[in-house]
Write a protein that binds this ligand. Sequence first.
Ligand code: UT7
Length: 332
Amino acid sequence: MANVRAAITGINVFTPDYVLTNKELEKMVDTSDEWIMTRTGIRERRILKGEGLGTSDMGAEAVKGLLKKTNTSPDEIDLLICATATPDMKFPATANIISDKAGIKNAYSFDIMAACSGFLYSFDTASKLIESGRYKKVIVVGADKMSSIVDYTDRTTCVLFGDAAGAILLEPTTENIGYQDSILQSDGSGAQFLHLKAGGSVKPASHETVDAKEHFIYQEGQAVFKFAVTKMADVSVAIMEKNGLTADDVAWLVPHQANLRIIDATARRMGLSKDKVMINIEKYGNTTNATIPLCLAEWENQLHKGDNIIMAAFGGGFTWGAIYFKWAYDSK
Ligand code: UT7
């Protein structure tokens, strides 16, 4: 029997309308467009405005568009996985809420929390479930409303993040396309450098935790940068070596968009020229679980069936990894 692989058969994204520019941030904190551009490569990011709107609203919009674009009925979906670090609530899973909002009734759904590597972890999990032969149509959503955990008086973090969602449809194929291989890793000793101090079981929310701003992202930027720049490049080179790929074989690198300097270092180590690297950090900043689908969607029309693509990410936890897959269709 031929090997069953999971192929991406459609992609769709949702980005909020509100554009928060570096110029606007200059009026909010002691920063400058020049500092943000040279240190991060970010010029603007999208923010979800509106009372009562959360991660699931963006995720559901991405999913509804995906179903329409791929001519898929919500009833056909077997499973929906949502990668998010900013769930609507601590429970139930945001994936459940997205499924409900998108009219998906015959599926089970759950969240995966691996910070900025969540989309890769979820893609890997979904692909393995498809390879099992049991599931035929699986949606993976990467969605984050980072503005809900960003302190807009802290210049060291508020310039970095944005809100967005992206969704992919995965289906089985017996052709040699789709998911090929992955290397995923984590190291919990890195938690100290990037986390949310309160609101969990160790330190439940209280007046004190709110006053101390402990429900906002805490990041030791330099420490995270050092790990990220090494680990993301190492794992990207490792997946190439493991699969006997040279730089010429790789059509595209789809890197998590946290910092342009990390992306450039990864591409350099892989020996890839810049024209093979998907970069849109300038427009969206770090949207955590949405960065990779945002890139894939933007470049969709330039992708060809059989293109070798490597996705790589690094995030809080620490978590990191790379996935090698072959694009499954010609978009044009
Ligand atoms: O996606 C999840 C994983 N996260 C990451 O991968 C993020 C990794 N880290 C980074 O990308 C970078 O460390 C940052 C972009 C967060 C910071 O860049 P950096 O080059 O590491 O700057 P730094 O933290 O070393 O700060 C340098 C200076 C400091 O001032 P002093 O102490 O030298 O006077 C900061 O206070 O820049 C200052 N600074 C700022 N200045 C203007 C920090 N943030 C800002 C700002 N505007 N927004």
